[in-house]
Structures are given as C-alpha cells and as structure tokens.
Ligand binder design. Structure first.
Ligand code: ATP
Ligand code: MG
Length: 609
C-alpha cells in the first residue's frame, strides 16, 4: 500500500477515536499505574532475597556514577528503608508482607478499572464506526447498491467494524499498556547490567524479523477471511430473502451446500491465519529462553568473577522472565494488525465512496407547471437503455407509460426521482434542472408505489406512517379508507397494530399494495408515481387496487406505468416506450388511430380478454 494511503487509513481511524480521548487517557493512566505496580512487585524480590539471606541494608555502590544505576540504587535504598527494621528480621518480614499485599491489591484494582475503561472506549469506537458506515450506506444512491452484493455490505457493517476494533484499536491499546511494563523492566535490566541486557535484546530483534516476515502471510489470510466471511453472509442473506423459492423448488440441499462451501473456505483461511499467528509467540518464547540461558551463563560468570552480585543476577533473571510476558503479548497483538488493516480498508472504501448522485442547493416546495424530459439518454452499463427521450408531465395531468418489458419504463421513473441521473440531456422541474434542486425537498414532491412493495417487519400503522411525525389516527384512517385498505385492516387480529412478518409475508399481494398506496397517500405528495402497481394481481384484487388508485388520483399529478391498458384508458397522455425510445405518444384514441405499436398492444390484450 502506498504511504499516503496508509496515513489516511490511520488518520481516518483516529477520527473515530477522537471523541474518546479522555477515556483513553484515563485508561492509559490506569495502565501505567498497573504496569508500575507490576514492575514494583518484581522489584520486591531484591529486598526479599536480602532480608532472607541476611543482607539487611543495601550498600550504596560508591564507585558507580552511572545514571541509571544510581536511580536504581536510590530506589532500592528507599525501598529497603521502608521495609527493613535494622536488626529485627521479623518486623522487616511483617513490613514486607504488608507491602506485598498492598501492591498486589492496588495492582488488581487499577487493572480492573483500566479494563473496564478500555471496554467502554473500544465498544464506543465500534459503535461510532458502525453507525457512520450505516449512515453513509443509507445516504448512497440506488446505483451504488445495484453494483454491490448486499451481503458484502452487511458483512462490513456487522463484522468488519468489530474486526477493525479488535484487531487494531484494542490491539494498540494492549500494546501501549504492555509497552509501559516493557519500558520499566527494560530500565531495571539496563540499570543492573547493560551487557546482559544487550544479549537479551538480541532475541527481541530476532522476534521482530520473524514478525515482519509473517505479516505478509497474515495480511493475505486476513483478506481471505474477510472475503469468505462476506460470501457466507451474502449467501445467508439471499437465502432468507428467497426462502419461499428455495422451498418451492426443493433447493434446500443446494442452498445448504453453497453455505457450507463458504463456511468451509472461511475456516480454511482462519486456520491458516491462526497457524501463522500462533507460531509467533512460540518462536518468541524459544528465542527468549535461549537468550535467558545465555544471560544465565554470562551472568553466572560475572557473579563468579565478582563483577555482579548474586542477588542482582537473580533480580535480572526475574525481570527478564517478567518482561517476556508483555513482549509476547505485544508481538501477538502486532500480528493482529494486518487483520485490522484489511477491515479498515473495507470500511474506508465505503466511507470514501463519492456518490454520483449529489444534492443541489435549491429547495423546492411544489410543482407549478411541469416536469420535462429533454433529450434524456441513459445507460446502466454499456448498453443504452433510454435514447433521446423527451416529454412533459404537466401539473394535474395523468401520464401513462406503456410498452414491452425491458423497454425502460421503470428506468424513467428512477430518473424522475433521481435514483439515477441522465447520462445526457436534462430533466427539469418548472424549467429548473432537477440535479440543482435540494434532493430531500425534491423527493418530497413524490409519492411512490413501486413494482415491488416493500413492507417492514413492523405494525401496519408504522408501515403506513413510515417515519412521519404527528400523524393523527383520523388522518391514518382517512388515507387507509382512500386506499381501499380499511376493511381488511379492521379484520386483522390487532387492526392497525398487527405486526406483519418480515417482508410482508403475512399479507396478500393486493393487501400489500394497498398498504403501499396508503403510505404514498399519507405523504400527501404533489405527484404520485405508480409502477405496475396492479400487475401482480388477479382480476378481482386488481379491480380493488385500481379503484384505490382512481380514488387517490383525483386532483393529483400522476405518472403511471401499466401493463394492462384497461387501467390507463383515460390518461391525459400515454407514452409508448419501445427499445428505450418514445415510439408514440397521445391519448388512447389518438394512439389507436395511429395504428402502430400501441394498437398492436391493445389488440393483443383485447383478444386475450
Ligand atoms: N440496475 C440495473 N443495472 C443494469 N441494467 C439494468 C438495471 N435495471 C434495469 N436494467 C436494464 O435496463 C433495461 C430497462 O429496464 P426497465 O426496468 O426500465 O424496464 P421496464 O420497461 O420497466 O420493464 P418491465 O416492464 O419488465 O418492468 C432492461 O434491459 C434491464 O435489463
Ligand atoms: Mg419495470
């Protein structure tokens, strides 16, 4: 990864951590106290040895001018003064015991506080990142979602945010905590014997080299883990979505197999990742123990030649043992970082998406005259879906769009509500380019009943109200009556408060559409848009829904996409769309006279009936 990108990854992550600086500072303070107490508990070894082996006071080494050694000697001098009662070993032991207990109680109290504080900020950071990613996703345009696997996006919100936190934020927190201990012990080691410290640190150097080598593999396996996790999340999400189809086609086995393959791939990558990660502390320990034996050998020689005291070698070895734990923890957590980096890349890739649909400035409140398509062309990918489409939608008029499947009818509606923008040409609202309108105020002008009615796992009332505030029961009932939905809602066990299952499974197609119509009505939009609102229904319910539509169309501007021509015979204008072009337009009778595409469509449907 280029350096600049790396920096932005880090600075972007820091952005999410910023609100928690105080909490982090406090956790760090607790950690420093904890680490110091840990170091002190090891340092107590020296007085213990000296008391038990009878050296009751530490002789200050007169010839030593070395800075570190002096601090160390002063420290142990004061420590001994606190503990040792000259000539009274028993009292000294009592003092020592008290000190040990106090140190260990304090150590554990600070550790507890530090852990709790760390959890608060780690979970806070996860929430912060997760909420921001979700908010970004809901702000992105329809086009973004049609290009991406939903499961992949779900996986980023659900898994990658946690992975980022665990593998980097928590890891860095732990690394900093352990680093304090390493620093204190390193000081102690250096103060006792710089030569022996040098020998010992060779092992740390070796560990770093190994880590550097391993991180390449860790990153590779972390990427695979991320990708397979996204795969099985996708499979799961799609399977739940399509559960009815899966059952109807007896495709459970097939679906299960796909899921099992995904989870198998994930496990394979996870095991490889773990194999490398687990190797690191083991290798570390072996190199560290090797270093320790070297220290034992050379230190022992120094003791024999009287250049080092026996108790100091003892303390050195204790400190070396104690530094090994934190060093191993640090190395293990450093090896987690590649997984965090993979997660961060996924997260910021989404957060940095520059959406193609941008809001303009001008706030609009109503439609005064007309919406106009001027030479609008559009393509999703390479192939042109709409070519030079021009037409007007005048205020108060009903315009219908008909034509063969795949002709671009739904696409026109998507362009009107700015799910997409035209590739060329312009759409205007009262002669003002809609891309320059404030998108929220612009979309407020429309109420939409789309080809697929989306209902949420919530009550009927909430599905109709859908985020609006201050909706009275009277208003709710009014729109529901208008949408021909009152009777069936009343018959439901809890009326308006009936909970509908995920994706509206417990309602019939026609009922769902009438709920969707009520929803559109409640928004009280200037312009109503219907996309094939009756196509999925049998004749009986089509009639009911059609009546509902006719009810609500009074005094409204409307754009209706319809397969069944019978529903749009009285439209003010009918647009016949064929291969992305407006083939014909006019009223029903005008179009019949033309004897063209519309006539053909009409004849087919007429003969059908
Ligand atoms: N998100 C998309 N990405 C790529 N191509 C798309 C997308 N949506 C639609 N298309 C293609 O654009 C063309 C027009 O589709 P559109 O949905 O507008 O047709 P339609 O007239 O509404 O058809 P139907 O009557 O079947 O609903 C089709 O060829 C379709 O395959
Ligand atoms: Mg369509």
């Amino acid at each position: 990864m280029p350096k600049a990108q790396k920096n932005t990854l880090i600075s972007q992550t820091l952005h999410f951590i910023r609100p928690f600086y105080w909490l982090i500072g406090f956790a760090m303070l607790m950690n420093v106290i904890f680490s110091s107490l840990s170091a002190l508990s090891i340092a107590l070894i020296l007085p213990i040895i000296r008391i038990i082996f009878g050296t009751t006071s530490v002789e200050k080494v007169a010839h030593s001018q070395e800075f570190l050694t002096k601090i160390k000697d002063d420290f142990f001098h004061y420590l001994s003064q606190m503990i040792v009662e000259p000539g009274d070993i028993l009292s000294s032991l009592v003092n020592l015991s008290f000190l040990i207990i106090i140190v260990f109680v304090l150590k554990n109290v600070t550790k507890y506080i530090a852990v709790v504080t760390s959890v608060k900020f780690e979970e806070g950071v996860i929430k912060n990142i997760r909420d921001t990613v979700f908010q970004k996703l809901t702000s992105l345009s329809v086009g973004f979602f049609s290009r991406r696997k939903q499961g992949d996006l779900i996986s980023v919100v659900a898994n990658e945010t946690t992975a980022l936190s665990h593998a980097s934020i928590s890891a860095i927190n732990i690394i900093l905590r352990e680093f304090t201990q390493v620093l204190l012990f390193a000081f102690l080691l250096l103060a006792i014997s710089p030569q022996l410290t040098l020998i010992a640190s060779l092992s740390a150097l070796m560990s770093l080299v190994i880590l550097r080598f391993a991180s390449k593999y860790l990153k590779r396996y972390a990427k695979r883990m991320q990708s397979f996790m996204s795969d099985y999340t996708s499979t799961m999400q799609e399977s739940f979505y399509a559960l009815r189809i899966i059952k109807a086609y007896n495709a459970e086995e097939h679906t299960n197999r796909k899921f099992f393959t995904d989870t198998y791939n994930y496990v394979k990558a996870a095991i490889k990742h773990k194999k490398v990660i687990t190797l690191i502390p083991s290798i570390n320990e072996i190199t560290a123990i090797t270093a320790l034996t070297f220290v034992l050998f050379f230190g022992g020689k120094q003791v024999m030649s009287n250049t080092l005291s026996g108790d100091e070698l003892m303390l050195f070895l204790f400190a070396l043992f104690s530094i090994m734990g934190p060093v191993v923890i640090i190395m293990t957590n450093i090896s987690q970082l590649p997984r965090g980096k993979v997660a961060a890349e996924k997260i910021f890739e989404i957060l940095n998406v520059d959406d193609e649909i941008k809001s303009g400035e001008k706030v609009v409140t109503n439609l005064q005259k007309k919406i106009t398509f001027e030479n609008v062309s559009f393509q999703y990918e390479d192939e042109e879906v709409l070519q030079n489409v021009s037409f007007d939608i005048e205020k108060g008029k009903k315009i219908a769009i008909v034509g063969p499947s795949g002709g671009g009818k739904s696409t026109i509606l998507d362009l009107i509500i700015r799910f997409y923008d035209p590739k060329s040409g312009v759409i205007t609202l009262d002669n003002f380019d809609i891309t320059k309108c404030d998108i929220k105020s612009y979309r407020k002008l429309f109420g939409i009943v789309s080809q697929e009615t989306m209902l949420f796992n919530d009550t009927i009332a909430n599905n109709i109200i859908f985020g609006r505030e201050n909706v009275t029961q009277e208003k709710l009932e009014e729109v529901v009556r208008h949408a021909n939905a009152y009777d069936f809602i009343q018959k439901l066990p809890n009326g308006f408060e009936t909970h509908i299952g995920d994706r509206g499974i417990t309602l019939s197609g026609g009922e769902r559409q009438r709920i969707a119509i009520a929803r559109a009505l409640l928004a009280d939009p200037e312009i109503l848009i219907f996309d094939e609102a009756t196509s999925a229904l049998d004749t009986e319910s089509e009639k009911i829904v059609q009546n509902a539509i006719n009810n609500v169309l009074e005094n409204k501007t409307a754009i209706i996409v319809a397969h069944r021509l019978s529903t749009i015979l009285d439209a003010d204008k009918i647009l016949v769309l064929k291969d992305g072009e407006v083939a014909e337009s006019g009223t029903h009778s005008e179009l019949l006279e033309l004897n063209g595409v519309y006539r053909k469509l009409y004849d087919i449907q007429f003969n059908e009936n």
